[in-house]
Design a protein around this ligand. Structure first.
Ligand SMILES: [Zn+2]
Length: 420
């Protein structure tokens, strides 16, 4: 958000006076309503980095959205994401293989694919539409369809959307990405990655500034599109109700502040999730080949120890890195570092990504073939098999099929006692 001009406080731009003469690039150079996406930023950032290197200086990339930084560090790794580079104007053509499968779809599913609903249908009120979508996805991309319950129409529709937008199945994209992850190298030979774990500070102060900034920019009565440009930033849309109320109240202000705190926490959670699930695995994979990317987490939650734990440590690590000295063990820095940075390495294995959360149909509990009862493999499935409902239906099924339920149960019990 700092690429946009204005809104200096809510986007938390470093004030001129605190920059100490250090040049800040790509800041405040876009007008607030303009769209600026990660692909463009990577191009602009690479140019700035290149120019800095030519002056024999070391660039420090500061941010922000770790997703953007990952794109900068690792080329071509993240093929599809809605925040990614803009989709080509025309849709990407499908492979012949996929096009043939689409052409051979039953007519009603072909019509559905050609005209996907804009919004996911509700499985509760429109189960036929929901199940049709899932059937369509099963025919086009079975491994992914197996991961979503047919009732989860949002995910099903998104996976179908991916096929239409990219001409590829989501499962193919996952394979491509993880293969890239295994083969391609970071764009830079040496970099140090530092991550600040910090708590949300001075919300009320930011909130006040947000309301001031909005009231000055919104005064023309122009309707603001909160999905575009800087208007997406936290602290802006949350104040809309308060500022457009005929009589702004203290209560409305408090509600806006509360709303903003929630958004900020959600944002922080998404960022941490991205770092742990995407960025650190990518960095670890790169390091497994050649240890060049020390990655550190600095715990900035306690402000009173900022000088020691954040600034002091940060400066020390950077000096060690630049002087090519032995670097500290990233997990040794703090308790938070140990907790947050120990990650599961299986996240980068495509098979484990695709095989995670597979659903299976419980034929016992499925009463209608178009409304299959689906349960997640593993623990959920085991738990389901022991539910009263399932056991009752299973017993009933055996009775109606064989009329020998008593006999069968007895046999099962005998088997069990033999095993024991
Ligand atoms: Zn069941």
């Amino acid at each position: 958000m700092q690429v946009y001009s204005g809104m200096d406080v809510i986007t938390n731009k470093v004030p001129e006076a605190e920059r100490h003469g250090v040049e800040h690039l790509l800041m405040g150079f876009k007008s607030p309503g303009e769209q600026y996406v990660v692909g463009q930023w990577v191009q602009d950032a690479l140019k700035a980095i290149d120019e800095t290197h030519k002056r024999n200086e070391i660039p420090i990339v500061v941010g922000g959205t770790s997703y953007w930084i990952q794109h900068l560090m690792f080329p071509n790794r993240l093929a599809v994401d809605k925040d990614s580079s803009p989709m080509p104007a025309g849709r990407t053509p499908m492979s012949q293989e996929l096009a043939d499968i689409v052409a051979a779809l039953p007519l009603h599913l072909l019509a559905l694919f050609n005209c996907l609903p804009l919004h996911p249908p509700s499985a509760a009120t429109d189960p036929d539409a929901a199940f049709n979508l899932h059937t369509l996805l099963s025919m086009l991309d079975l491994p992914v369809a197996n991961r979503w319950h047919w009732r989860d129409t949002r995910k099903v529709l998104r996976s179908l959307g991916v096929i239409k937008e990219t001409g590829k199945r989501a499962s193919e994209i996952i394979m491509d990405q993880t293969n890239d992850l295994a083969s391609s190298k970071p764009r830079f030979i040496e970099f140090e990655f530092t991550w600040l774990l910090s708590e949300i500070r001075a919300l009320r102060q930011i909130a006040t500034a947000a309301s001031r900034e909005e009231s000055s920019s919104d005064s023309a009565g122009v309707k603001t599109d909160y999905t575009l440009g800087i208007y997406q930033s936290i602290g802006y849309k949350e104040f809309h109700d308060y500022l457009t109320a005929s009589e702004p109240s203290e209560k409305g202000f408090d509600a806006a502040v509360e709303h903003m705190k929630v958004s900020t926490r959600q944002y922080a959670k998404r960022q941490v999730g991205w770092i742990r699930n995407k960025l650190l695995p990518a960095v670890n994979t790169a390091n497994a080949e050649e240890a060049v990317t020390p990655t550190y987490l600095l715990d900035a939650t306690a402000l009173d120890s900022w000088d020691k734990n954040v600034r002091g440590l940060g400066v020390q690590l950077t000096e060690d890195f630049l002087a090519k000295r032995e670097m500290a063990d990233p997990l040794s820095l703090s308790e938070s570092a140990r907790k947050m940075m120990l990650i599961d390495s299986k996240a980068v294995d495509p098979a484990s990504v695709l095989n995670a959360r597979q659903k299976r149909i419980c034929h016992v509990c499925t009463l209608h073939i178009d409304r299959p009862f689906m349960v997640e493999e593993g623990r959920e499935w085991e738990a389901h098999r022991n539910t009263r409902v399932h056991r009752k239906l299973a017993a009933k099924g055996q009775q109606s099929e064989h009329g020998e339920v008593h006999q069968q149960r007895k046999t099962k019990r005998d088997e069990a006692s033999t095993r024991n």
